[in-house]
Design a binder for this molecule. Structure first.
Ligand SMILES: Cc1cc2nc3c(=O)[nH]c(=O)nc-3n(C[C@H](O)[C@H](O)[C@H](O)COP(=O)(O)OP(=O)(O)OC[C@H]3O[C@@H](n4cnc5c(N)ncnc54)[C@H](O)[C@@H]3O)c2cc1C
Ligand code: SF4
Length: 479
């Protein structure tokens, strides 16, 4: 197994339960976390400096889009917010219409339940939600929108708000606290700091992998693992790189990158909120999911939130003085825009992305609705986030948002969801892997991370990735 994130962890779990001997090779180090009662800012600096779990790739685009992901045991899921959504029905239906017949509603339901029971996945409790979630809920209900408390893989969460620097209580059951211990209990082995450089193929069959320990005690040592099955789950940016370096050919490797581009709005209320307390992503609305838009509260601590508050100098200072009454939320877009990961000489990824006008229109619509939700919840001021900054004092000013999208180079971009660069499909003419995630024409090579998603989904993707990986494992879990 190459990579130990959402996809790698779930695939390894399925194989281990089927009685296979599993060896997990992870480039990153064992994950560090904030300690209970540690100062969150000092703890964040300690974790980030010492263990360097985060990586950023910049997608060349207008605007340029930084893509954030993690490299550590447990992958991005170890550092994420724990939000879990089942793959949406209309998305799965589209996959079936495109020939991926295996994904019947009944089968997807069984896979989802298996994950939901094992991790487990349950809705955020009222106690852990924090005021940001409660205010967002107020806006959603005032508008009559559908939605609810987010489901998460974090039973026992106390809402300390530190998920993205490692849960101090180990409440969030990312792969290193769920799938991987189970794999080890079933006899599996885990190596960290192990960078896989190539997959070995002979006569259309996978033979194993080769690589070098980059970090930790074995640094510099080369390794080779012989195996009849290789799961590749290095994430949507790096999986195409490994395939190309292994000499594999398919015109779709690295293409069809989706990013779920997002928009964000902040708001100031009369009441005190302390948005850094409570689950960071606690409430959602799927009212517009059929149009490919999902709304999620996403409150953050002052060092990050400060970037969402408009103004310069005195004006920014004045707005920051109100931070105790500040909260923010975002909308994610199911993008039809696509990008590409190419491999540069030296083996680094070069990422590009072409943001289509149709997706910009979706973002514009989403940002207006987001501001509407906050006004409906009683906001005094709303900040649609943009390089130029903008403050709205009432719903009557919503049309000012239109001007924000006129010069796209001034838009603010960011992605936490790189997907689709080795997509699943019916033949090598349209895809890299088949509906069982096996590379077309190479027996035993399974790609099981976010790169195999055949389309964008809008929803946060970790549960969809786990679902596909569990499916690909052919799973010994009697599904
Ligand atoms: C800050 C943040 C918050 C997020 N919040 C959420 C959320 O709340 N809910 C949600 O659904 N999604 C969230 N996401 C996205 C989600 O975490 C990812 O989509 C998902 O975890 C990706 O899983 P993956 O298996 O595709 O890849 P990754 O998790 O990226 O795993 C890839 C692993 O492979 C390893 N690797 C790479 N190259 C090699 C190599 N050559 N050899 C060995 N190992 C290698 C990497 O080190 C990494 O550990 C968030 C992402 C971030 C960054
Ligand atoms: S909010 Fe919950 S899951 Fe997140 S770090 Fe705190 S206790 Fe852990």
């Amino acid at each position: 197994m190459i990579g130990s994130g959402a996809g790698g962890g779930a695939f390894a779990w399925g194989l281990a339960e089927a009685g296979k001997k599993v060896i997990i090779l992870e480039k990153g180090l064992p994950v560090a976390k904030l300690e209970e009662n540690e100062d969150p800012v000092e703890g964040a600096l300690r974790v980030i400096n010492q263990y360097q779990p985060f990586r950023v790739s910049l997608a060349l685009s207008t605007p340029a889009i930084p893509i954030l992901y993690a490299s550590c045991l447990g992958g991005s899921a170890a550092m994420n917010a724990g939000t879990c959504f089942r793959p949406p029905d209309h998305v799965i239906q589209k996959w079936r219409e495109d020939g991926l017949e295996v994904f019947t509603p009944d089968y997807v339901d069984k896979l989802s339940r298996k994950l939901e029971e094992f991790l487990p996945i349950e809705p955020v409790s009222r106690d852990a939600m924090g005021k940001s979630g409660i205010i967002f809920e107020r806006g959603i209900k005032a508008l009559g929108f559908s939605g609810g408390p987010v489901k998460r893989n974090a039973a026992g969460c106390r809402g300390c708000g530190s998920c993205v620097i490692g849960c101090p209580l180990n409440a969030k059951k990312a792969p290193h606290l769920s799938f991987i211990p189970r794999v080890q209990a079933l006899g599996g082995e885990v190596y960290t700091g192990a960078n896989v450089e190539r997959v070995e193929i002979e006569k259309g069959k996978v033979k194993g992998v080769r690589g070098t320990f980059m970090r930790g005690k074995m640094k510099g040592t080369k390794f080779k693992v012989t195996a009849p099955v290789v799961g590749l789950a290095a994430g949507a940016i790096w999986t195409p790189v490994i395939l190309v370096k292994s000499g594999l050919r398919n015109p779709h490797i690295g293409r069809h990158l989706h990013l779920h581009p997002g928009v964000v709005a902040g708001a100031i209320f009369d009441e005190e909120i302390e948005c850094w307390k409570g689950v960071p992503q606690s409430y959602y609305s799927d009212e517009y999911l059929h149009e490919g838009i999902i709304f999620l509260v996403g409150a953050v601590p002052p060092p990050i939130g400060g970037m969402l508050v408009p103004g310069c100098g005195i004006e920014h200072q004045r707005n920051m003085q109100e931070y105790i009454r500040f909260t923010d939320a975002g909308a994610l877009i199911s993008d039809t825009s696509e990008g590409r990961v190419r491999v540069m000489p030296g083996g680094l990824p070069l990422v590009s992305y072409k943001l289509l006008q149709s997706d910009i229109e979706k973002m514009r619509k989403a940002l207006k609705i987001l501001c509407q939700i906050y006004f409906a919840a009683g906001a005094k001021k709303v900040f649609p986030v943009h390089i130029g900054g903008l403050t709205l004092k009432s719903e009557k000013e919503l049309d000012k948002i239109d001007t924000l999208f006129e010069k796209r180079k001034f838009m603010l971009g960011g992605s936490l969801h790189p997907l689709g660069t080795c997509r699943m499909g019916t033949s090598p003419e349209n895809s890299v892997v088949n509906q069982f995630c096996e590379f077309h024409g190479i027996k035993g090579l399974f790609i099981v991370d976010g790169s195999v998603l055949p389309t964008s989904t809008a929803i946060n993707p970790q549960q969809t990735i786990m679902t596909l990986a569990l499916h690909a494992s052919g799973s010994g879990l009697n599904i």
